[in-house]
Unconditional design. Sequence first.
Length: 93
Amino acid sequence: MYTISRTRAARQTEICPLRGQALIAGAEYEPSVRQATGWLTRQLATLTEEEKIQRKAVLDHIPELASATELTSAFAEMLTSTACACANGSPRR
């Protein structure tokens, strides 16, 4: 039993090397996946100052996630600006 759980823990560490590390320096707790997902998927304007700081700490810690977030935000901006243009009577392209 001990060998199995030790092997499982080692595998999880390999899969998620950041597991167990504090993402936010001086943080009292590790954010849950749900919290981090909320910080990344909500519009930046709707986040509190504390949430913005926590979001930035997560993105600073994981460069690939920061890159994906930038691309997603740019895509969302394109969709909302196109939707506004179409609603104003501009022709679709």
